[in-house]
Ligand binder design. Structure first.
Ligand SMILES: O=C(O)CCC(=O)c1ccccc1C(=O)O
Ligand SMILES: [Mg+2]
Length: 314
């Protein structure tokens, strides 16, 4: 039985900013355990561990597996990778719903791109837009354009905790609320996010609050949990969130952290299992210009760098 760890580096179509860090390439690890794969790709700015730390823990876990031991990694990205590579996946999963499109970039450029897109002919049911990045007037103008040109599309907004309570309130007071599906993480503190919801009527979703494992409670305006398995870690912790969402009548949106095509495939399968009725937040693959798998899902080992390969006694 074979155990292996690979490293990849895939160029972004254009450099992307992650919490003030500019990245030109997405770097991560692929783990193979007896022919089944997992991906370990901490995201700078969002993960608390570095790729080097994840690599060291992954190598130690593989060595333990080769001695026939069971492993329980600590780092979230490593937990996700090892859990995927050791999971008994359901065999008859339906295909996941297509992800909703993700818009990222300067408002003026996005307004221009909107004119050239074929969205008016076939509008998506949902569309996500990053906010709290450019001047508020510009972002509100873009939202106004999207809302009038795509009246049948619900907008998902994501502020990544970028506003104070007052800023978020000023922004939300001017939103076309009937067309806003929900706003992810307006403020860093959960109490501020709830206060903004109550003051303005906006529906909200939690994302970083969940991966930081902060306390939260249900509220009539809390509508969805955005679950990023690479950041949350173990699949059982993700499943616990899915259960809590179901018990509280919250939607579940499985979301990526800019994983490779292999990781996005795994996340798509989890989405079809855990959130069969909600389009996932997995529209990040088009930012990468290269792949690690073929169209049929085989890993192209020539596109990745082998760090370790071992036989297991078990
Ligand atoms: O959730 C999605 O639709 C796509 C993924 C996404 O937006 C994202 C990707 C990497 C880091 C943070 C985020 C985010 O939701 O803020
Ligand atoms: Mg988010």
């Amino acid at each position: 039985m074979q155990l292996a760890l690979y490293r990849y580096s895939l160029p972004f179509r254009q450099p992307l900013m992650f919490k003030g860090q500019r990245l030109t390439n997405r770097e991560g690890l692929l783990v193979s355990i007896h022919g089944q794969w997992g991906e370990i790709a901490p995201l700078p700015g969002f993960s608390t561990e570095t790729l080097e730390e994840a690599e060291a823990e992954s190598l130690a876990c593989l060595a333990a597996l080769s001695r026939g031991e069971t492993v329980s990694p600590i780092l979230p990205s490593v937990q996700f990778g090892f859990d995927c590579a050791q999971r008994s996946w359901p065999s008859n999963l339906p295909a996941s719903l297509p992800p909703y499109p993700l818009l990222q970039g300067a408002p003026a450029e996005l307004i221009e791109a909107l004119g050239e897109s074929d969205w008016q002919a076939s509008p998506p049911s949902r569309l996500k837009l990053k906010v709290a990045r450019y001047p508020m007037e510009q972002e509100l103008a873009l939202i106004e354009q999207l809302a009038t040109r795509l009246p049948a599309t619900k907008l998902i907004l994501d502020a990544n905790g970028g506003w104070t309570r007052e800023e978020a309130q000023r922004f939300c007071e001017r939103l076309p609320l009937a067309q806003i599906d929900y706003l992810e993480e307006p403020c860093t503190a959960f109490a501020d996010t709830i206060a903004v919801a109550e003051a303005t009527g906006v529906a909200i979703a939690l994302d970083e609050t969940l991966s930081r494992r902060e306390e939260w409670h249900c509220h009539p305006q809390l509508k969805a949990l955005v679950i990023k398995p690479t950041l949350i870690g173990s699949l059982s912790a993700c499943e616990a969130l899915v259960q809590r969402a179901r018990a509280s009548d919250l939607r579940v949106v499985i979301s990526s952290s800019f994983e490779s095509d292999l990781g996005l495939g795994l996340l798509g399968r989890l989405a079809s299992e855990w959130a069969p009725d909600d389009p996932p937040g997995l529209d990040t693959g088009h930012w990468l210009t290269e792949r690690v798998t073929t169209e049929t899902g085989e890993v192209m080992t020539e596109n990745v760098h082998c760090l370790s390969k071992m036989e297991s006694s078990a």
